[in-house]
Design a protein around this ligand. Structure first.
Ligand code: HEC
Ligand code: HEC
Length: 232
């Protein structure tokens, strides 16, 4: 009995502390900018986390819509989720499944952290969330909705991802067939200096042939300011 309570008390203290941290960090919400947070999320978090509103498809960490859907349904508001996100970024838990891919600490801080946390707090677990409609036609929408900008830079899409090659630099001059192949079968030819198996291998299954064609057309018309599609 006595031994059990010795264990329980520190545990309760820890939980109370976690709650305090969450509440205290939730205070900076007044001048947080979720729009800016979305861009940062796509760049810094989306490679590891799926979040429907961001159009990100990362699968290293938990799907954040799934992680927060229950909390939201139980009536936790955006501020609470925002606090949890801040606590996780400042003091990441070890990944129980695979410690080698635990979330790095302090990926963002200061105003950036406020903005990212406000953004995730606003959208994680919201039923039916989807990326905002973007200008530029159907191909632009496919690009925005499928996390391409999480990993790739493409100025026309205001995407600044750096995990994969900069599409403005790499695509001009490529043929339509070649770009289609790069998306459907990314491992067929690995771009020099980049690892295999990072670009999702699933787009051929996830997207319709029409969506892929719209996407390729959009890329060739816009990459590098629109000089693509000349070769082949
Ligand atoms: C290198 C991959 C990686 C990156 C980048 C990353 N995370 Fe994580 N994240 C993880 C992993 C792995 C976990 C699971 C840890 C665990 O098992 O508890 C996690 C957990 C989380 C959780 C807790 C989810 C839950 O189930 O409670 C939140 C919230 C979170 N991350 C937010 C973010 C935000 C915001 C960013 C960007 C600033 C980010 N992550 C960037 C890998 C990453
Ligand atoms: C999780 C990160 C990630 C996502 C998401 C991603 N890519 Fe990639 N992509 C990469 C990496 C890394 C490479 C380089 C390695 C390789 O060739 O597979 C690459 C390569 C490419 C290439 C070849 C570029 C060249 O120079 O030959 C194209 C084109 C491309 N991606 C387009 C896309 C499109 C379009 C999407 C969205 C439908 C997308 N990628 C989503 C990481 C990603």
């Amino acid at each position: 009995m006595a031994r059990a309570s010795k264990l329980i008390i520190p545990l309760l203290a820890l939980l109370a502390l976690a709650a305090l941290v969450a509440v205290a960090s939730g205070c900076g919400t007044t001048n947080a900018d979720p729009q800016r947070g979305r861009v940062l999320f796509v760049q810094r978090c989306g490679e590891c986390h799926t979040l429907a509103q961001a159009g990100s498809t990362g699968a290293v960490g938990p799907n954040l819509d799934h992680a927060f859907a229950a909390a939201r349904e139980e009536g936790n508001d955006s501020d609470t989720i925002e606090g949890v996100v801040k606590a996780q970024v400042e003091y990441p838990r070890e990944n129980n499944g695979n410690p080698a891919v635990s979330m790095p600490a302090h990926l963002v801080s200061g105003q950036d952290l406020d903005d990212v946390a406000a953004y995730v707090g606003e959208w994680a677990g919201v039923p039916g969330a989807a990326p905002p409609k973007v200008p530029g036609g159907p191909g632009a929408q496919v690009f925005a909705s499928n996390g391409c900008g999480t990993c790739h830079t493409l100025a026309a899409a205001e995407a600044g991802g750096v995990t994969g090659p900069n599409l403005d630099e790499h695509l001009p001059g490529e043929s339509q067939a070649a770009v289609e192949e790069m998306i459907k079968d990314p491992n067929a030819e690995i771009v020099k200096g980049y690892p295999p198996n990072v670009m999702p291998q699933t787009y051929e299954q996830m997207l319709s042939q029409k969506e892929i064609e719209d996407l390729v057309k959009y890329l060739l018309e816009n990459a590098g300011g629109g000089s693509g599609g000349s070769k082949g």
